[in-house]
Design a protein around this ligand. Structure first.
Ligand code: AMP
Length: 282
């Protein structure tokens, strides 16, 4: 397993690899890997000649310092998990100063408001931070395929925009959300909540399934009421947002159009930790 910790070593290896294959895959992560990340890495390993996994807790995508400081870091364990898939995978594990040579700040992007709704509304500047690190990684690693999770659906729309604007040759591969036996979407943040609340968090996906099953039967207004009640009936659970939007554009849902596809998005604060999920509902 080759672990690369700085940009100059990375550049040397990439220039060598690029001369040998044009099928390089990249799986960007913030570490603390779970089966959701591993599914992305396995898919990359199947589809690419060379696979890079980046592990970098990117400070510019955190609008909340407490969230950044409490984000789990389990590097040694992560390496073991990656090795269990293949010891030929390359890991890029840079320091903050290596990535942000001229100060820890985001580039400003224009995403046509996609970055201002849902997650963007509650985490101002988050998607500028995501786009900044993703652009740096794409530029340095020069992947032909990049792998992202449907769990962060809004993020995949932002990645599409970055690819269209700056890296038109890259193919985006979106992998389905991996869940635990109760349906809870796996997330590194699940480690920050108690076992009892983790069990109760199954309500998040159950609620999304309720929305999917009742989308044609119940008005949007009533669905919103039902969702809020289901979530907030549980102590220590608070609904941050629930919204239905058009899948392609993230435009708000007004009235049904048979030719469009819609998604429900939810964020629940469990013991103060934000858990997000989404589902295709038609
Ligand atoms: P993160 O480390 O949280 O930045 O996530 C790295 C990548 O893994 C992102 O593309 C996420 O969307 C993806 N991911 C996170 N959780 C899951 C999951 N439960 N299932 C599938 N992909 C996931």
């Amino acid at each position: 397993m080759i672990i690369v910790k700085n940009i100059s070593d990375l550049n040397n290896i990439i220039s060598d690899q690029s001369s040998k294959t044009s099928n390089i895959g990249l799986v960007p992560t913030m570490g603390s890997l779970h089966d959701g990340h591993l599914a992305l890495i396995r898919d990359a390993n199947k589809k690419c000649d060379i696979v890079w996994v980046s592990i970098f807790i990117n400070p510019t995508q955190f609008n909340n310092l407490k969230d950044y400081n409490s984000y789990p870091n389990e590097f040694e364990n992560d390496i073991k998990k990656i090795k269990s898939i293949s010891s030929n995978i390359y890991v890029f594990y840079p320091s903050v100063s290596d990535i942000y040579k001229n100060g820890v700040k985001s580039e400003k992007f224009e995403f046509n408001n996609i970055d201002r709704v849902l997650e963007g509304k509650y985490r101002p500047g988050h998607f500028d931070g995501v786009a900044t690190i993703v652009k740096k990684l794409f530029k340095a690693i020069k992947p032909s395929k990049v792998f992202f999770g449907e769990k962060d659906y809004q993020q995949t729309i932002i990645i599409k925009e970055i690819i269209n604007s700056y890296f038109p040759k890259i193919t985006l591969i979106i992998c389905p959300t991996v869940r635990n036996n109760d349906g809870l979407a796996l997330s590194s943040r699940n480690k920050l909540i108690t076992k009892k609340s983790t069990k109760k968090s199954a309500i998040i996906f159950e609620t999304l399934l309720f929305v999917k099953n009742n989308f044609v039967k119940i008005s949007y207004k009533q669905l919103i009421k039902n969702v809020k009640q289901k979530i907030e009936d549980i102590s220590n659970f608070k609904l941050e947002y629930f919204e239905i939007r058009e899948s392609e554009t993230l435009n708000p849902y007004n009235e049904k159009n048979k030719r469009k596809s819609y998604r429900a998005f939810i964020c629940v604060k469990v013991e103060g930790i934000r858990l997000i999920d989404n589902i295709l509902i038609n």
